[in-house]
Every structure is written in C-alpha cells, then in structure tokens.
Design a protein around this ligand. Structure first.
Ligand code: NAG
Ligand code: NAG
Ligand code: NAG
Ligand code: NAG
Ligand code: NAG
Length: 519
C-alpha cells in the first residue's frame, strides 16, 4: 500500500530536496539527457550521474500525458501521489545515498492496466463505470512487488472494457470511461487490445514500463500493433491476486516496454509465489535462481531451434511487405546462429484458432462468472457485487455506456451459466487434447526451443495451454502501422524465449518512435 504521509511532510520533503538539489550541480547537466526512448539502464545511469531526479522523471511523464492523452486516450487516471512518492524517493536517495542493492526499477514509474488493483487514490474499474468508486481490499500482488522494488505507480492505463469480456463486438481499445484508445503510429489504425493503453503509453513515451494482462492475445496483440515488447508469461508465473479476472485458467500478468531488457527487468520484479493464487505454486518452480536478466545474452541465438508454421500463420492477413520482412528476419536469425525447422504443422490449427470451434468459449464464460463474482465480493466498497449487478447497472445507467452499438453478449452468456458442468468439463478435455496434440506435441517432437509466428496470430494456441510468448517489433506496413514477431514456447521456456527475443531485437532494432499519422 502507498505510504501516505500528511501533506506537511510531503512539502517538507520537497523543500529539503530543493535545498539538496540547489547544492548539487544536477540542473545544469539535465538538458543533455533525453527521457524519450530511454531504457531503464539509461534512466538509472542518469539518476546515478545526477542528470535526472525521480521527480523530474514523473514531471516529464505527467506533462507528456497532459499533452498527448487527449488524443490517444491511453491513460484513464494519473496517480495524485506520484510526485510525492518521487520526492520521497529523491530525498531518501540524497540523504542516505543509493541503497547498496538497488533494484533496476528503483524510482521508475509504472503504468498499470486498469484491471490491476491498487490500494491508493487510484480507481480500479476495468474501464467500466460500474466499478467507479469501488475500493479494493489491498494492492494486487504484482503492485505490492513493484512498490517493494521502489517503483512509482504513475496511474492506470485504458483497456478494452472488461478486457473484451463484455462483448466481442466492441472495437479494440474502447471503454465506457474515456472512449476509444488510439494507435500512436496511425491514429485511424487499431491499437488492438485488451491491454491497449499499456502498449500505447509505452510506445508514445508516456511511461517506460507498463503492465498488461492476457487471457487470449491481450498483451501480444497490442504490443504488436504499437511496436513495443510484450511478455506474456506462462500462467502462474505472475500472481493474479487482486487483478479483475476473466478466467484463472488462462489469465496472466506481464510487462509491456520498449526494449526486451526493460520488460525482463519488470518481469523479474513481479514474478513469484503468492498463497492467494494456487497457480503460482506450480509455476514458481520454473523461476530461475538469479531471475531472468541473466538471459539477456549477446550470443543467445546460437544453436536455438526455431519452428515455423506457415499454414495458416504466415498466410492469413500478412501482406507481401510483412512476408518479405519476416523472410529477412529469418535470415538475420540464421546469421546469428539459430536453426530453422520450416513448414511445420500444428494439428487441428484451424479449430484451435476459432474460439467457437475449439470450445474455448464454453468454459471461459462459466469461469468468468465464478471468478468475477468472487472478485467483486472481495471488494471493501463497490456499487456492484456480482455479474448480475453489472448487467443491472447497465440497464439503470444506459446513458453512460454505449449500449446499442455494443450489446453485452458475453456478459449475458456468462450470467446464463451455472458453474462447471458436464458441457464445460467436456470442452476443457477437448481444449487439453487440442493443446497436447497440437503445440505441445510439435515442440516436443521437433525439439524446438520456440515457435516463430507473425504478430499475435499464435495467441489462442498459447492461451488454451497457458503457454508463454514474447512479442518484439518486427516492421511497419505501407501505411506505417507496426507489426511484431512472437516467439513462444512450452511452460518454463521463458529463459530461452528471452535469449531469442533479445538476440532478435539486438540484431534488428526495428522499433522507432511513433509519428501520430492521422491515416
Ligand atoms: C476515482 O474516482 C472518483 C469518482 O468515484 C473520482 O472522484 C476520483 O478523482 C478518481 N480518482 C482519480 C485518481 O482519478
Ligand atoms: C522485497 O525486496 C527485497 C529486495 O529489495 C527482497 O529481498 C524481498 O524478497 C522482496 N519482498 C517481496 C515480498 O517481494
Ligand atoms: C468459427 O467457427 C464458426 C462455426 O463454424 C463460424 O461460424 C465462424 O465464422 C468461425 N469464425 C472464424 C473467425 O473463422
Ligand atoms: C443495457 O441497457 C440498455 C438500455 O437500458 C438495454 O436496452 C439493454 O438491453 C441492456 N443490455 C443488457 C445486456 O442488459
Ligand atoms: C469435443 O470435441 C468433439 C470432437 O472432437 C466434439 O464432437 C464435441 O462437441 C466437443 N465437445 C465440446 C463440449 O466442445
């Protein structure tokens, strides 16, 4: 929880800081350092060399948010406490010096998808008016970990309302509170979702680190469309405690950043066991001693076996420009020592990629109702206590929500379910079988370290098995809309995926900052 000292303490810190700052030479050199596109390493170096204070970093982002957010709709709320927290951290650093074992996240501002609960002045709403004014019992586990690493919570990022689980017919990036999120590269293009605001904000330099959540594509897709790095960790690697759920079987929390290294540092800060989330018990055995940063290796691609499934993943929706870009990327990866196993097939891929045909929809809606009802019950204060209340809320306050255009089809389907019955169990068995005979079998049989796929196309394949993936910027289409490349693998493969993603990023350096083109 945020430490909130009375205001006079806050201003005391500011005054002391001002005196200390005036005594140091920091202001004179500040001009040389650019926060835009800076990595966490760059920022930490600037802090260390006194070219930048934590307050100046927060002030820069707050200015950029007030300048750009009216057009981008990427941030729902900024933290009224952020400057105070920065002052406090600055004061501590000035007074006591940098702590000996300084976390890379120390003093770094982080933006959170608005499903990730914070026990502070910020609301946690999933983008819905129904949750405005609700009070969470405690910080979500990932936020507690960020605070423990001395990160500063900058605010809440926009998202597809209820992470798209209100209706599939609502456009990506849309939410009742605040409207439509925009792609900063081409404003008329989709930002994708549901972690739209997290990806947009990082892309547009409104923050360096954000967290998103993924149930089926919600980190990988916006990362791809906003030319940023998104890590979707295996389910259970990061705790879902205190995060508004879709389905605990598939939900996972992960970082979205501009650089693979930044995302890996953020991942290191948030992974780990949480007694409130059973899945973290099973998954914590995969977390390597010393964390994930050791896999940011210069020669990480040597000997890596990468599989390519062309049908249908390199044919659907990929223009010729993208295909060319990927062929050139494959060559680059080969030059760096990777080995390709080409033209592979995932059994029943057409079924797996169709939410309805695979049966993924059947248990998901039932699990959503159970998980959401339990989450809402746990709130200290809330206008809604169950999914039924959320649906009723819509009926009462229809002027607040865009009802006619976007029916609540998923809400209604979920409300009509009654726990995990025979039909759900049968569908779950089917999903396990599809995953086992498809992705898992392929990766085992061909001894692959990772599958390489364009954009976020592989998302459903990973979703049904709880598998991890990392999206890295891979190019821009004719109009300048970004597209990414995803490296995915089996549970526990994050170290290898990081080696591959980092190796690819360092060899290609595709990302460029957005230019806000209207069309
Ligand atoms: C949280 O929501 C309330 C309305 O319920 C609003 O008054 C307040 O400003 C919001 N908090 C922030 C930090 O925006
Ligand atoms: C908090 O951070 C310290 C290192 O700064 C670490 O040793 C400790 O395990 C962390 N606690 C939690 C709950 O993550
Ligand atoms: C998924 O399958 C259903 C049922 O066969 C079909 O109606 C629908 O068009 C398919 N969706 C996609 C995106 O192919
Ligand atoms: C939401 O409210 C509108 C207007 O009151 C109503 O027409 C619509 O049926 C409601 N949707 C659901 C799913 O209840
Ligand atoms: C499970 O898969 C079989 C075909 O493999 C299909 O006939 C059946 O309808 C599926 N069950 C569910 C609940 O999706």
């Amino acid at each position: 929880m945020a430490t909130k000292l009375p205001l006079n303490h806050a201003s005391l810190y500011s005054t002391l800081l001002l005196i200390l700052l005036t005594l140091s030479e920091s202001q004179t050199i500040l001009k040389k350092f650019s926060i835009k596109e800076a990595t966490l390493h760059d920022l930490q170096l600037a802090f260390k060399q006194k070219q930048l204070t934590y307050r100046q970093l927060v002030e820069f982002y707050l200015q950029e948010i007030s300048r750009l957010n009216p057009n981008l709709n990427a941030v729902i709320e900024v933290n009224p406490d952020a400057l105070y927290q920065a002052d406090k951290a600055d004061y501590e650093r000035m007074a006591k010096g940098a702590p000996a074992s300084l976390s890379v996240l120390h003093g770094i501002t982080v933006l959170l998808k608005d499903k990730i609960g914070t026990k502070d002045m910020l609301n946690t709403t999933a983008g819905s008016f129904a949750l405005l004014g609700s009070v969470v019992p405690r910080d979500s586990r990932v936020v507690a970990k960020l605070r423990n690493a001395s990160a500063i919570i900058l605010g809440k990022a926009s998202l597809n309302e209820w992470a798209s689980f209100r209706s599939f017919n609502a456009p990506a990036g849309w939410r009742a509170i605040g409207g439509q999120g925009k792609n900063p590269y081409v404003l008329s293009a989709t930002p994708c979702g549901s972690s739209s605001g997290s990806a947009i904000s990082v892309a547009a330099n409104l923050v360096a680190v954000s967290l998103g959540t993924e149930t089926d594509g919600s980190i990988l897709c916006p990362a791809s469309f906003n030319s940023v790095v998104g890590i979707k960790p295996a389910v259970g690697l990061t705790s879902r405690g205190g995060v508004i759920p879709v389905t605990p079987r598939q939900d996972t929390i992960g970082p979205i950043c501009r650089a693979v290294s930044d995302a890996v540092y953020a991942l290191d800060a948030i992974v780990g066991f949480d007694y409130k989330d059973q899945a973290t018990k099973e998954a914590s055995k995969y977390i390597p001693r010393g964390g994930y940063k050791q896999f940011l290796k210069t020669y990480g691609l040597i000997g890596k076996r990468l599989g390519i499934v062309r049908n249908p993943l390199f044919t659907t929706g990929s223009g010729s420009l993208q295909i060319q870009a990927f062929e050139s990327h494959f060559q680059t990866l080969r030059n760096k020592g990777a080995v390709f196993i080409n033209n592979l097939e995932i059994a029943h891929i057409d079924i797996i990629l169709n939410f309805t045909l695979s049966g993924e929809a059947i248990p998901s809606v039932a699990e959503f109702k159970l998980a959401l009802n339990s989450d809402l019950k746990d709130l200290v204060v809330s206008p809604v206590r169950a999914l039924a209340d959320v649906i009723a809320f819509n009926r009462t306050f229809s002027d607040l929500e865009m009802i006619e255009e976007f029916p609540e089809d998923i809400f209604l389907a979920a409300e009509a379910t009654n726990g995990i019955g025979d039909n759900e169990k049968a569908a779950l068995l089917n999903l396990s079988r599809l995953s086992r005979d498809g992705f898992e079998k392929l990766l085992w049989e061909k001894k692959l370290d990772a599958l390489v796929t364009p954009g976020f196309d592989v998302a459903s394949v990973l979703a049904i098995g709880g598998f991890p993936g990392i999206n890295v910027p891979a190019g821009y289409d004719k109009k300048g809309v970004p597209f990414g490349i995803t490296f995915s693998g089996l549970k526990g493969s994050e170290p290898k995926l990081i080696e591959i993603a980092y190796g690819f990023e360092q060899a290609t350096k595709v990302r460029k900052p957005p230019t806000f083109q209207p069309f």
